[in-house]
Write a protein that binds this ligand. Structure first.
Ligand code: SF4
Ligand code: SF4
Length: 125
C-alpha cells in the first residue's frame, strides 16, 4: 500500500537562500582592517594585583632547565630570562594556563588565578 504524503499544513515554505543563512557581510565589514596580535591584546583590560599570582618555586631549577619553555610559550611574554634568572611579568597575564602545562615536568611553577576582581578583563567576555 502506498504511504500517504506527510501533512504540511501550517509549515512555512522557505527558499533555499533563507535556509542557507544570512547573505555575505556588507563590503564595509569585509574590507575592515585586520588587527595585529598586539592591537587585539590592547583591547583587553587589566587590573593587576600587587602580588603575583605566578611564582617560580626555585630559581636554581630554572638555571638547570634546558629548554626554558616558559620563555617562549607565553603569548604575552610574561617570562623573561634576565640576569641569570627568570623574571615574571604577571601584570599582562591572560590566564591561559600554557606556562603551567609547559613547566609540568619540572613542577617549578606555582600557578593560580589572580584574586577576585584582579587580572585580565576580556573585552568580548
Ligand atoms: S619551564 Fe619551569 S623550570 Fe623551566 S625555566 Fe620555566 S619556570 Fe623554570
Ligand atoms: S597563564 Fe598564559 S598568559 Fe599567563 S603567564 Fe602563563 S602562559 Fe602567559
Amino acid at each position: 500500500m502506498k504511504k500517504p504524503a506527510p501533512c504540511r499544513a501550517g509549515v512555512p515554505e522557505f527558499t533555499l537562500s533563507e535556509v542557507e543563512g544570512p547573505a555575505a557581510p556588507p563590503p564595509e565589514i569585509r574590507t575592515m582592517k585586520k588587527l595585529t596580535l598586539e592591537q587585539k591584546l590592547f583591547l583587553n583590560g587589566f587590573r593587576p594585583d600587587r602580588e603575583s599570582h605566578l611564582r617560580i618555586i626555585d630559581q636554581a631549577k630554572c638555571r638547570e632547565c634546558k629548554l626554558r619553555q616558559c620563555t617562549y610559550i607565553c603569548p604575552v611574554n610574561s617570562y623573561r630570562w634576565e640576569n641569570d634568572q627568570i623574571t615574571v611579568f604577571f601584570e599582562g597575564c591572560l590566564e591561559c594556563g600554557a606556562c603551567r602545562i609547559a613547566c609540568q615536568d619540572c613542577k617549578n611553577l606555582e600557578w593560580s588565578y589572580p584574586r577576585g576582581g584582579f587580572g585580565v578583563n576580556y573585552r568580548t567576555g
